[in-house]
Design a protein around this ligand. Sequence first.
Ligand SMILES: [Zn+2]
Length: 119
Amino acid sequence: MHRVEYLSGSFYIHPGATDRALRRYREFVRPPGRRPLYPQESFCSCTWCSFDDVRHARDVLEEVLERLPERARAELGRLVKPLDVVFLHRTLPDPFAHRREWRTEFWWYRRLTDRSERG
Ligand SMILES: [Zn+2]
């Protein structure tokens, strides 16, 4: 895992990023109850604040997953998968996602955000 982080040379993937992303993702889906959760855009796009947006955390996990060798990928996948399930369950689909162009190829960007909730 750390080797991928060091080798990647990516903006997203820096040492500790995977761990951070995983913790952020867990934290987002943790609140108990049935109330919907809304991802929120981060106000600053530096590598640190970007994690305020849980979707960024999911981006990081995706990129790491793509780069990991098979076995490590399966391991990380087992940690991410249940969080994906909760995320999908607790967020709402954005009916206008097809009108947006920003990153909608990723399913986690096609969910209602805090901003769209307020209109
Ligand atoms: Zn910042």
